[in-house]
Design a protein around this ligand. Structure first.
Ligand code: GDP
Ligand code: IMO
Ligand code: MG
Length: 436
């Protein structure tokens, strides 16, 4: 039995979709456990590029079950769009492939409007959210007034809950945020339509996973966002509203921590960030622009240009501690082929003091200066490489240096966006972790 969590080690968009798609071949079930359609996970197979927002990135493997756990916030319209997109391309032929937790909370139109209106009011200090209503939906969940997928299936309960919420939310929208409120009947009509289409997919995902585990099935847990966007451990308040760290897989899928066998962290060979917040290694020069162009660093969900910079080891060290990471998937190393020298930030300098870890106060992190080591570039394209020993010596050195600085083995080196553009050094479903 191998039950593996795949987690982003940076600020999201590390290439989790590619890694999950790659590993799904060896799993039986793939589970999303937090976040919502703020996520955009790209999977490239053959000539096809698919961006998934809610459906797990294992969806292209027809024999593998895809689960949306209780910890996810579900915008039914976007979920149906994900499903339609897959079906149009010839995937997801069997409706049995998808199971959605009845306990997952719903995103409603007023969540989206509140998200956008609040960002507008914040002006310069805005978080730069995706505007998908994620924060307000999680607020309702924690505030114990949320509406869940199970509620949606009972029109009477849904109406009652929606009525109670709407009076509060409309007051807030109109009085505090100077925006428009919503009418009850329009939302009701829209969501009853979604309920009809989604009903067949809804069930108890925690029980399903437990049964699978008892039968010896392998489960792959797919994280969304990244460690430093975690609401507790990230660069607060420039974070998302869920626990993106590995612990979130247990609460967000209804699985006990003793069942998890390994945590794989995904990191780009450099760093990117979308939205506001501190970013010590950010490059605001031509090098940053070239990384953005070569890496095609534009948001998979919002299309926004991603901020780009060198690899930041303190961020990775923190991620290893917070998630218990035992293997790293290093992605997009091919993007660095153009650069010489390549820099790696090994620590920060804060008012003359050396910091090896990420300080928890954003004000301190904003003042941190990266301390760089320079590595010679390899200046060779890597996309056709499939074996570690076939990488140019300097690219191998780069990977080994990351291992040395983090004390965790790099088990996957990704050299392109396609499934096959991968150097698989250890398959976590077949072989357990190796201490360096
Ligand atoms: P996710 O949110 O972590 O799943 O990542 P995104 O899909 O938002 O962004 C990662 C982008 O990098 C996508 O466009 C992927 O197709 C692409 N990608 C993933 N791995 C590689 C790689 O090794 N090399 C290159 N060039 N692109 C990659
Ligand atoms: P994947 O799963 C990158 C960022 C937003 C913003 C902050 C809060 O594709 O890696 P939110 O809408 O969640 O309230 O926005 O978090 N953010 C992401 N950045 N990748 C993501 O997901 C993200 N999901 C949210 O840009 O800074
Ligand atoms: Mg993404």
């Amino acid at each position: 039995m191998a039950n593996i969590i795949v987690i982003g080690m940076q600020w999201g968009d590390e290439g989790k979709g590619k890694i999950v798609d790659l590993l799904t071949e060896f799993a039986d079930v793939v589970v999303r456990f937090q976040g919502g359609n703020n996520a955009g996970h790209t999977v490239v197979v053959g000539e096809e590029t698919i961006i998934l927002h809610l459906v797990p990135s294992g969806a292209l493997h027809s024999q593998k079950k895809c689960l949306i756990g209780n910890g996810v916030v579900v915008d039914p319209q976007v979920l149906l769009e994900d499903i339609d997109d897959l079906k149009k391309r010839g995937y997801f032929k069997n409706d049995n492939q998808l199971l959605i937790s009845e306990d997952a909370h719903l995103i409603l139109p007023y969540h989206r409007r509140m998200d956008v209106a609040r960002e507008r009011m914040k002006g310069e200090g805005k978080i730069g959210t995706t505007g998908r209503g994620i924060g307000p939906a999680y607020e309702d969940k924690v505030g114990r007034v949320g509406i869940r997928v199970g509620d949606l299936l009972d029109e009477k309960i849904f109406r009652e809950k929606l009525e109670a919420n709407l009076s509060m939310r409309n007051a807030c929208l109109e009085t505090c945020l100077h925006d428009k409120g919503f009418g009850l009947e329009a939302i009701l009509k829209e969501y009853v339509g979604y309920a009809r289409k989604l009903k067949k997919y809804v069930g108890n995902t925690s029980i399903f996973i437990d049964r699978q585990m008892k039968q010896g099935g392998h489960i792959l847990f797919e994280g969304a966002q990244g460690t430093h966007l975690d609401v507790d451990h990230g660069t607060y308040p420039f974070v998302t509203s869920s626990n993106t760290v590995a612990g979130g897989a247990c609460t967000g899928a209804g699985v006990g921590p003793t069942k998890i066998t390994e945590v794989i962290g995904v990191s780009k060979a450099y760093t990117t960030r979308v939205g506001g917040g501190p970013f010590p290694t950010e490059l605001k020069d031509k090098v940053g622009e070239r990384i953005r162009e070569r890496g095609r660093e534009f948001g998979a969900t919002t299309g926004r240009p991603r901020r780009c910079g060198w690899l930041d080891i303190p961020l990775l060290r923190d991620a290893i501690r917070l998630n218990g990471i035992t293997g790293i998937a290093l992605t997009k190393i091919d993007v660095l082929s153009e650069f010489d020298p390549i820099k790696i930030c090994t620590s920060y300098k804060y008012r003359g003091e050396r910091l090896e870890e990420v300080p928890s106060q954003v004000k301190v992190l904003q003042e941190c200066e990266p301390v760089y080591e320079e590595i010679q570039g390899w200046k060779t394209e890597l996309r056709n490489t499939r074996e570690f020993d076939d990488l140019p010596p300097r690219a191998r050195e780069y990977v080994r240096y990351v291992e040395e600085l983090t004390n965790v083995e790099v088990i996957i080196v990704s050299v392109g966006e396609r499934r096959e553009e991968t150097v698989l050094r250890r398959n976590p479903f077949l072989h357990g972790p190796r201490l360096l």
